[in-house]
Every structure is written in structure tokens, then in C-alpha cells.
Design a protein. Structure first.
Length: 711
């Protein structure tokens, strides 16, 4: 027993030991596994640490580089800034930079020098304080401006986005020009330039010019006085020579006296030119603007040169723009002087061919003025291009073979030029040597309200003109004037070309110099066109004998003259028999149709009796006299057909001729037509009525001694 217990104990112990050993083994295995895990984790961690350290090292490197670059850049900025300021410091002009609140950021010594001893100006000083200083310390000469005004003006100047330069005078006589620019951040860069030298030079120049002008004026005033003094005795010379010529003189005496008078007149002209010229120079010519008739003025200038034009056998033309008014406000005397000079020169320097004065213009309705272009064209000597400047100078003429034979002072163009300039205009010239010259001037003159020629009413029955004119330029001008008056025309070069079938309402015939006696031409026209009104166009220098009953139109002429010549010619024509009014009876019940009918006849001259039905129509016809009846067909009480039949009966009773009866019907009346015709209605119109058809019907059926279409 004992033994078995002991055995049992031993076994228990062995079992326990074995269990303990197994546990130990298990724990050991667990420990090993845990150890392995731990070491793997440690390995991983140390790897991460290595990586991070590498990143840190890299960043450190970069940082060092950036810091280094920054330092270098800073050095550069400082160096450049120093350089910039060194440069700004070396310039003599003032330079300053202000921020958007007008506080001074920096300024160079010349800028600051202006305030030396007056107050502290430096970075941070506001521009308004600088202005205060300028005023309080008298740094800037404000001239006549009040301190407050000046202050306000200077501040206001800076509030503009674009700042205009300004010139200031300092207390010490220095002139500066402030040129300011706005910077992108709203500040201002201010440059103050010393312009004292140029201002002083300018002043000196101005003084010199004033002195020269004063001397010039004194010279001109002297000339003006002298020419005036010269005129008085010259008038005596010319006047006395005139009187002498009227006294009985022998041939030799007459020649002497004529020579004295002609030379005296030539001298007077020169004196007049000199007087004008010196007056302009002495600024003594005052323009006296007043309303005047430019078209008439141009004609007058034509008359002045007419004797020479005729003597030389030149063609003198005036082309005055048809759409241009004739009246303007200006100094007519001076404009005439300029034009006389240009036209006089053109006639003087042209031995054959033409002289054409052309007036065109652009009316400015808003300004109530007109820019006029007046040109004088000739087919004479012409002027070399390089002489053009020269001839506008005083006493300048072209000295060559061709020019030598012409007299003159060489003052005319110079005076004209100055006068036109004084009127605010311009003079120009274009010329081809040997082919002619064209002088022009441009002036703007205020308009005068005038009667509108466009609305002038031509005598009745004058619509178509025959123009016989060999001169192309004359013809061109005349036909344009006719178009303006609303005439149509046929043109022929001479009377022989005219034939009966032209059938004009009026004939214009240019009696040319070679025609001499106009009677023959007129006779031919009379034989062709009977009593048709004739206007003979003549030239004042050549008197032509004309049979009576012919209107004359003296070339050159104004539109007004053309118009009155037509009226005059028409008044000579034998009167047509007195016309009477057409008497028209119309029956229509519908009020609207009555109105329409009335409206359609509105433009015609006739005596209309409008009734409402057939009974009234018959009644009216019985008690009145009519030339024509228009009647509706279906009307209350008595229709149109019955009324027409009654009218025909009355006519028969009276033994009168049947008058035209025109039916106005709404039906397209196939079957009715017969019935209508039977009732004595001769014509019909279908509704809706057309004005043209009614007019055509009236025209066709009106008696001879009526003209409902007359104006
Ligand atoms: P004047 O006619 O008295 O000589 P102007 O000053 O009027 O003086 O003209 C100056 C010069 O210009 C004339 O002498 C002439 O040589 C030239 N000239 C002017 N007009 C014409 C023209 N239409 N054709 C050719 N030459 C002209």
C-alpha cells in the first residue's frame, strides 16, 4: 500500500513536471515569436528614421541656398536703388516720388533745395504741407492768383488721371515747369524742370518782335500818310486835265491833256494800292460786314472788265452755283477789291481764250453760314510753279519777256492775299506755264435769309425752252440755271439748225459778236415759231438792234435776271383767249364716295356741283349750265340711268348739244352696259375710281375754252 502510494506520488510528480516542462516550452516558443516580431518592427522603424533624416538633410540644403540667393538679391536691390538715386541726385532738375496718399517717399536734392531754410521737407511730408510752405514762405510767386485759389488749383491738378504740366515762377526769378505722372499704384512721380533760360529767351524774342512790328507799323503808317497826302494833289491834276479836255483844244493840246489824265489816273491807282497795302500793314483796315448780294457783286466785277474783254475778244463767263444763296454778310467793298484784282489780272495776262469766274459753296445750316470757293480761271500766260510764292510778295512781278509789256505795281496779289486772310480765308493758285492760271480764295460768310428762287413760279405754259448758243461754256451755265427753274430744254449751236418741230414754249438766243445785228436771227425764229416768246442774250459792250417784243438778257446774268427775262418775254406773247371754268355736275349718294370724288378733283380748277340723287341732278341741270356730268348708277329716288335720260330730254327741248355724261358704277356690268348706253350715257368708269382715269376723262371731254389743269 505504502509502496503504491509512493508510486502514485511519483507518478503525479512526473506528470506535474512533464506539464511544467510543456508549459515552459510553449512560453519559450511564444517568447521567441514575440522577439522576432519586435526585431522586425525595430528594423522597420530604423528604416523610416533613415529616410526622414535624408529628407531633412535635403531641405536643410535647399533652405541654405534660398537664404543665400535672398541675400544676394537684397544686395543687388540695394545696389540698384543706390545707383538710381545716385543718378537722380546728379540731375539738375527736381525729382520726387509721392505715394497714393500724397506723402513724399523720396526726393532728390534739387527738389528739396527749393525748400531749404523754409521748413522741413522729407520722406513722409504730405504734398499739401509742401503747398502750404510754398504759400506761407513765399517760395512760389502766385502772380495775381489768391493763395486759396492757387492751393485748390494745385491739389485739383493732381486729382486728374492725366496731369497737365504747369509753369511756376519762384521768388528768386527762376521758372520751373512741373511735369507729373501718375504711377500704377496711385502715387505721383514729379519732375520739376528749370526752364528759366528758355523763358528769358522767349521774352527777349518777343521784345525784339514787338520792336520790329512797331517799326514796321511806323513805316506803314508813314506810307499811308504819304500816299494820302499824294492823292490830294493828284486829284487836282486828274480833275483839271478832265476839265481841260472839255475846253476847245487843238489835236496836240488834246493829246497832251489826255496823256496827263491817263498818267494821272495810273498814278492814282498805284497810290491807292500803296495806301491799301500800308493800311493793312499798319493794321488799319477794318472790315465792315453788312448784307450784300454776292451774285450781283460778281456781275459788277464782270462789267468793270467788260471793255477790255471786248477789246481783246475774250470769252468772259460767270458760273454761280445754282444751289447757292446770293446774299451773305461780309465786307462787300473788300471782297469786290479782291475779285477785281484777280479778274483784272486774269484779263490782263490773257490775250486769247477765256476767263471764267466760278462761285461754289457749302452751306452749313447749323452754323447758318456758307463756305464759299471763288475761283478765277484763265487761258493766259500762266505762272511758273517756282514763281508762285514770289508773286504774292509786295511789289513782286514776274520779270520775263512775256510779262514785260504789262503794267502794274505788283501789289495787287499781296493786298488780296492779306485781305482774304483778314477775312479768315485762304488764297490758292494752280497754274501751268503757258496754259493759264487759276486763282482761288475761300471764305466763310454768314447767310442772310432770302427769298427762295427755287419756288419762283414761271409764267403759265412755259415748260420747254429752246436754247441757241454756240458757246459751250455759256450753254452749260445757262442750261443749269434752267434746270434750277424747272425748265426742260433743247440746245442748238445756231439759228440755222432750228426746225419747226422743236415746238418750244420759249426761245433763248445768244447774239454773238459775229452776229452783229440781231434782227436776222430773230426773223428766222419768228418765221419758225410764230409768237413764241424770245429772249435775246446780249453782251453789254456790243449793242444789238432788236425788233420790239423781244426780251433781252445781258450777259453775265443772275438767276433773278433770267427769271425776269422769261416773265418779260412771256408778257410780249399775244394773250390766249380768256379761259373760263369747267362746270361739272356730279351725282353720288354715298357720303364717303362724295368725299373721295371731291378729293380726286382737288388739284383741278373747276366749278363742281355735287348732288345726292337723280332727282337733284335733273333739278340742278334744269336750273344751271354744265359742261359735263358724272353720275352714280344706283341711287335712291331716281337712279343714274333715269336721270341721264331726263337730261337728254331737257337738252332736246332746249335744242342744245348733248354734253358728256359719265357713269360711275360699282358693277362690272355685262348686261347693264346696253341699258346704260341707251339712257344717253356716253362713257363710264368702274369703281373704285382712280384719280388718273377721272383726270384723263375730264381732259378728253373738256370744252376748248376751259383748262381745268391750268396752274
Ligand atoms: P500787278 O498785276 O500789279 O503786277 P499783282 O500782285 O496783282 O501785281 O500780280 C503780280 C504778278 O503775278 C503779275 O505781275 C504777274 O506777273 C503775275 N500774275 C498775276 N496774275 C496772273 C495771271 N492770271 N496769269 C499770269 N500771271 C499772273
Amino acid at each position: 500500500m505504502e509502496h503504491s502510494r509512493a508510486n502514485e506520488d511519483l507518478m503525479l510528480e512526473r506528470r506535474a513536471r512533464l506539464a511544467a516542462e510543456r508549459l515552459l516550452d510553449q512560453k519559450q516558443a511564444e517568447l521567441t515569436a514575440a522577439n522576432r516580431k519586435l526585431s522586425a518592427h525595430a528594423l522597420n522603424l530604423s528604416g523610416q528614421i533613415v529616410d526622414q533624416r535624408r529628407v531633412v538633410e535635403e531641405l536643410e540644403g535647399q533652405n541654405t541656398r534660398v537664404v543665400k540667393d535672398l541675400v544676394a538679391a537684397n544686395h543687388k536691390v540695394v545696389a540698384v536703388e543706390r545707383l538710381l538715386w545716385d543718378a537722380i541726385d546728379t540731375i539738375h532738375d527736381g525729382f520726387a516720388l509721392f505715394d497714393a496718399s500724397r506723402n513724399l517717399i523720396a526726393a532728390n536734392p534739387p527738389y528739396l533745395a527749393a525748400f531749404e531754410g523754409a521748413g522741413d521737407v522729407g520722406p513722409g511730408t504730405n504734398f499739401s504741407e509742401i503747398l502750404d510752405l510754398c504759400i506761407d514762405e513765399g517760395i512760389v510767386d502766385l502772380r495775381d492768383q489768391g493763395a486759396d485759389d492757387w492751393y485748390e488749383m494745385m491739389l485739383a491738378r493732381w486729382s486728374n488721371s492725366k496731369i497737365e504740366p504747369i509753369t511756376l515762377r519762384f521768388w528768386n526769378g527762376i521758372y520751373v515747369k512741373m511735369v507729373d505722372r501718375r504711377t500704377s499704384d496711385g502715387g505721383v512721380v514729379s519732375l520739376v524742370l528749370n526752364i528759366t533760360d528758355s523763358i528769358l529767351k522767349e521774352g527777349e524774342l518777343r521784345d525784339a518782335r514787338d520792336k520790329a512790328q512797331a517799326a514796321d507799323r511806323a513805316k506803314s503808317a508813314f506810307l499811308a500818310k504819304m500816299s494820302h497826302e499824294l492823292r490830294t494833289p493828284m486829284n487836282g491834276v486828274v480833275g483839271m486835265a478832265d476839265l481841260l479836255l472839255e475846253s476847245p483844244l487843238d489835236e496836240e493840246g488834246t493829246l497832251y491833256a489826255q496823256t496827263i489824265r491817263n498818267s494821272g489816273e495810273a498814278l492814282l491807282e498805284i497810290i491807292n494800292d500803296v495806301l491799301d497795302f500800308s493800311k493793312i500793314e499798319a493794321e488799319k483796315i477794318l472790315l465792315k460786314p453788312a448784307p450784300f448780294d454776292l451774285e450781283r457783286l460778281v456781275q459788277d466785277v464782270g462789267l468793270i472788265v467788260d471793255p477790255t474783254v471786248t477789246q481783246k475778244g475774250l470769252d468772259f463767263q460767270i458760273d454761280y452755283d445754282q444751289f447757292l444763296p446770293a446774299e451773305f454778310v461780309g465786307d462787300a467793298g473788300r471782297i469786290r477789291q479782291v475779285l477785281t484784282n484777280l479778274v483784272g489780272n486774269a484779263v490782263k495776262f490773257t490775250d486769247e481764250g477765256y476767263v471764267l469766274v466760278r462761285v461754289v459753296g457749302v452751306v452749313n445750316d447749323a452754323e447758318q453760314n456758307c463756305q464759299l470757293h471763288i475761283t478765277v480761271e484763265d487761258s493766259g500766260l500762266g505762272i511758273d510753279e517756282d514763281m508762285i510764292e514770289h508773286i504774292f510778295g509786295e511789289f513782286n512781278q514776274i520779270e520775263d519777256e512775256a510779262n514785260r509789256k504789262y503794267e502794274g505795281t505788283g501789289l495787287g496779289l499781296s493786298i488780296s492775299h492779306k485781305l482774304v486772310e483778314q477775312m479768315g480765308g485762304e488764297v490758292w493758285i494752280s497754274s501751268v506755264k503757258g496754259e493759264g492760271a487759276c486763282f482761288g480764295f475761300k471764305i466763310t460768310l454768314p447767310l442772310v435769309a432770302e427769298a427762295d428762287m427755287g419756288s419762283a413760279v414761271l409764267p403759265a405754259g412755259i415748260h420747254r425752252a429752246l436754247v441757241i448758243e454756240p458757246n459751250a461754256m455759256d450753254l452749260d451755265i445757262l442750261t443749269r440755271q434752267m434746270e434750277f427753274l424747272g425748265l426742260t430744254f433743247a440746245a442748238l449751236p445756231n439759228v440755222d439748225a432750228a426746225t419747226k418741230d422743236i415746238d418750244p414754249d420759249i426761245v433763248f438766243v445768244g447774239l454773238q459778236r459775229e452776229l452783229g445785228d440781231g434782227g436776222g436771227a430773230i426773223e428766222t425764229l419768228r418765221s419758225l415759231f410764230g409768237d413764241t416768246p424770245i429772249v435775246a442774250m446780249t453782251t453789254p459792250a456790243i449793242p444789238v438792234k432788236l425788233p420790239s417784243g423781244i426780251a433781252t438778257l445781258s450777259k453775265p446774268f443772275k438767276r433773278e435776271d433770267l427769271f425776269s427775262s422769261i416773265t418779260e418775254a412771256a408778257s410780249f406773247a399775244p394773250k390766249a383767249p380768256e379761259l373760263r371754268q369747267l362746270r361739272l355736275l356730279a351725282a353720288e349718294d354715298n357720303k364717303t364716295n362724295q368725299l373721295v370724288f371731291r378729293k380726286m378733283l382737288k388739284t383741278l380748277t373747276l366749278d363742281l356741283t355735287l348732288v345726292e340723287n337723280g332727282i337733284e341732278a335733273v333739278h340742278a341741270f334744269k336750273n344751271g349750265e354744265f359742261d359735263m356730268v358724272f353720275t352714280d348708277i344706283s341711287m335712291p329716288e331716281m337712279d343714274g340711268m333715269e336721270a341721264s335720260a331726263r337730261i337728254r330730254e331737257i337738252e332736246e327741248e332746249r335744242g342744245a348739244n348733248p354734253i358728256p355724261i359719265i357713269a360711275m358704277t360699282a358693277h362690272a356690268m355685262d348686261g347693264d352696259e346696253e341699258r346704260i348706253k341707251q339712257s344717253g350715257i356716253g362713257h363710264y368708269l368702274t369703281k373704285p375710281l382712280k384719280k388718273d382715269q377721272i383726270h384723263a376723262m375730264i381732259k378728253e371731254l373738256s370744252p376748248e375754252d376751259t383748262d381745268p389743269f391750268q396752274e
